[in-house]
Design a protein around this ligand. Structure first.
Ligand code: TQI
Ligand code: ZN
Ligand code: ZN
Length: 169
């Protein structure tokens, strides 16, 4: 079953159109940005929320950045595998990914020869769940289940994820 954070923080009802931006220093390619767009669309399809990219990083509701090791928020990244990414509950909007992962953005990750390959869209869909207010789920099929095997792609919301997000929005 899904869970929410203590105190059930959510984006307020007046905020149904949320913006996101990428850390300019990361200089992400368009195909990487497209992965995040797809991940946001999975959640907007199940809610009244709309997401759009803005180039104005400091005014964006959701700020996405790739960082290596200690990046100043007390939760350092740890190199290959271990922690892949973290996101904070509403209305923080901070979404950080470990620059040192072997991120995969396309193709069939299950056949990747890189044993530490991690599917970016799978992680993005999970972290957006946290950004919107979902904690972890006990349902193994759920996006919000707290473990994923490496070289696995899991991007479709399960009914548990949909019930969870619809309890919030
Ligand atoms: N990052 C953890 C996560 O997102 C960070 C975390 C632990 C956390 N406990 C939390 C975040 C409670 C919010 C609330 O769960 S992770 C997965 C999964 C991670 C793990 O790097 O371990 C995914 C990131 F579920 F597959 F294991 C993305 Cl998809
Ligand atoms: Zn961080
Ligand atoms: Zn999580």
């Amino acid at each position: 079953h899904y869970s929410t954070f203590p105190g059930t923080p959510v984006w307020p009802p007046s905020r149904r159109d949320l913006t996101y931006a990428f850390l300019p220093e990361n200089k992400l390619a368009d195909d990487v940005k497209a992965v995040f767009l797809r991940a946001f669309q999975r959640w907007s399809a199940a809610t009244p929320l709309n997401f759009s990219e803005t180039t104005s990083f400091y005014t964006a509701d959701i700020k996405i950045g790739f960082f290596s090791g200690d990046h100043g928020d007390g939760e350092p990244f740890d190199g290959v595998l271990g922690t892949l990414a973290h996101a904070f509950s509403p209305p923080s909007g901070r979404f950080h990914l470990d620059l040192d992962e072997n991120w995969v953005i396309t193709g069939d990750i299950s056949t990747s020869s890189v044993t530490s390959a991690v599917d970016l869209e799978s992680v993005a869909v999970h972290e957006i769940g946290h950004l919107l207010g979902l904690g972890h789920s006990s349902v193994e099929e759920a996006i919000m289940f707290p473990t994923i095997s490496s070289r696995t792609k899991k991007v479709e919301l399960a009914s548990d994820d949909v019930l969870g997000i619809q309890s919030l929005y």
